[in-house]
Design a protein. Structure first.
Length: 244
């Protein structure tokens, strides 16, 4: 494991040594930071487009996942939530940013889509809860500090239904994001734009789930109906029907 964190116990010991409240400094006020980010909707940000992720579309088109109850985790302006609703899913969507949620709601009204949007921390009390047949994460995971992987895995355990799927897109090591060892982040003022991962790291972190697919996202042209950037990994994981 390149990040020098070999187990959940290692993460917890690291948190204790750093006095965990201070270790959460990056997530305090994060909603306001993202509000500033989304304030200018004309910026040439790739994921501002009103298009669903190509891997999500591909999974549905190949019948790897089917309609059910879904959560769009870190939904931003709602492009994937609206797509899932159009394909027959019962959709919840959550994001820290009031500005992102406002934009997503506007898009839902324009599209006539029925999506329940929630503004807040997906990992905090009061957030939408499962069980979900699908949790889609397009860029939330790589913006979490290392110790929050514990919260993330606990969230999946509580909210992903047995047999349910996680679709994930995150920064690919060597293409986008920071590759600092985990412990080194705690000496930085921020997350340096997000954490990059290797396939081996993703398999290690999500070892409790079954890997269905793990590949680079396809780079989609401007006229494509789907969003795709090849600096991202995409993964499809499945929660076992029962724990053996």
């Amino acid at each position: 494991m390149d990040r020098n964190i070999r187990s959940v116990d290692d993460v917890l010991r690291l948190m204790d040594s750093l006095f965990a409240p201070e270790a959460d400094r990056w997530t305090q006020g994060a909603g306001a930071w993202w509000d500033d980010f989304y304030a200018d909707r004309s910026k040439p940000v790739p994921f501002f487009v009103a298009k669903p992720d190509e891997n999500l579309v591909s999974c549905l088109d190949r019948d790897l996942i089917g309609p059910g109850r879904a959560l769009d985790l870190g939904c931003g302006p709602g492009r994937n939530a609206l797509f899932l609703a159009s394909r027959g899913f019962d959709v919840d969507a959550v994001d820290l940013s009031p500005g992102a949620i406002a934009w997503a709601r506007e898009r839902a009204v324009e599209a006539g889509a029925d999506v329940r949007f929630h503004c807040g921390d997906a990992f905090a009390e009061g957030a939408p809860t499962g069980p979900y047949d699908l949790i889609h994460d397009s860029g939330c995971f790589h913006h979490l500090p290392p110790h929050r992987r514990v919260s993330y895995l606990g969230f999946l355990e509580r909210n992903l239904a047995p047999g349910g799927h996680l679709t994930l897109s995150c920064f690919a090591s060597g293409a986008m994001g920071s590759e600092l060892p985990d412990a080194a982040f705690y000496g930085e003022a921020g997350l340096l734009g997000g954490l990059a991962y290797t396939p081996e790291e993703l398999r290690w972190i999500f070892a409790g789930l079954e890997e269905v697919e793990l590949r680079r996202m396809r780079d989609e042209p401007a006229d494509s109906p789907s969003f795709g950037e090849d600096f991202l990994w995409t993964a499809l994981f499945r929660k076992p029907d029962r724990i053996s």
